[in-house]
Design a protein around this ligand. Sequence first.
Ligand code: UD1
Length: 417
Amino acid sequence: MGKYVITGGSKLKGTVRINGAKNASLPILAASVLNNSTSEIKGVPKLKDVEVMLNILKLIGAEVKQEDTAFVIDSSKIDTCEVPEHLMRKMRSSIFLMGPLLGRFGYVKVSYPGGCEIGPRPIDLHIKGLKILGAEIEEKYGFIEAKAKKLVGNEIHLDFPSVGATENLMMAAVLADGLTSIRNAAKEPEIVDLQNFINAMGGKIKGAGTDTIRIIGVKELHPVSHSVIPDRIVAGTFLVAAAITGGNIYVENVILEHIEPTLAKLKEAGQLIKTFGDVVEIKGVLPPKSIDTLRTLPHPGFPTDMQAPMMSLMSIADGTTIITETVFENRFKHADELRRMGANIKVNGRIAVIRGVKSLSGAMVEAKDLRAGAALILAGLSAEGVTIVEGAQHVERGYENIDEKLRNLGADIRKVD
Ligand code: UD1
């Protein structure tokens, strides 16, 4: 298990290019099983979670070829719809295979998925929706077995706009008979990317990015080539890295609309931001201003995945910030670790009160989930002295060579295995 060793104090300078989005790549890789032929998916980041998804695809019989950051997946040879338990447990996103496998083959058996420990992450909305499409589902001994001769389009109203459930149900409905409507659907940009991928292989989906998605079932799909969108959370993380070090960097390959909620809060924090096409320049201003209220919400609200990085920035802000985490129940684990670095943070349930301090000090801390790990690296970049962030495996689930990219911007960070 690796750790990052960071000596704080370097102001970041230079340009970083943002890789393809993890949260777009994973459902799109899963959706490739809908296609009884080949899918070329470009811009897939090199991440642990992607590796797990590709291993699952290979184990169920798909042929996976890699050409640089493009993967060509031939799903015509899939010969089992049972996802091995040890791989399911490695990653929550393995649940994405339920919808497409069931939609195409009428059968799927998976175990309950694993993933980050950021609160209970039930899959009741996925299961409820699949049942509405006609699946018979049995849950026993930790396994979920779903069967359906043929899924049939129907009206689904989600109790909460879950990203994963919206994507899983969209995929399940692609080959179903008739029309499916998903209401109160999640509106995240990754859902639009999934729609674009599926439509490019012959699916008929409309409305992704709004709260009603309509899918007209089709009989079959055809070969496809698609590039995934840039990762808005990685972009946001680098922007905070510049802000927290008082640096000046250019972040390339972003879709501005996708990072607007993060840019708005960085501007409120007094950071100087200019945008040029798909590039954002940020000049960090220290100390950052505190942000009165920061509330995580489904898109286009402030993303829960940026909450931890923003908490690191607010730790050294001039004033007090109140963060309310409305999406996940247990997503403040980084607060304890930031306190070890001298931050003044009080947590009460879903609310964190951060009173800015002059500076953080280096300490030994542990990343307990993906975004918490990123937040601790950011805190380490700003802290006086040396910070050791243990738990690099969590960070590697979502950030491609983060240490190398930060080093290229002048940070003193190395990964030790
Ligand atoms: C996705 C993202 C993750 C991001 C999250 C919220 C991927 C691979 N991951 O996760 O990075 O933090 O969206 O933007 O895209 N819920 C239920 N029942 C369900 C499903 C979800 O109660 O069946 C609840 C969850 O417990 C959570 C909330 O809904 O409290 C949001 O979860 P969801 O939107 O489903 O997140 P994920 O798809 O898991």
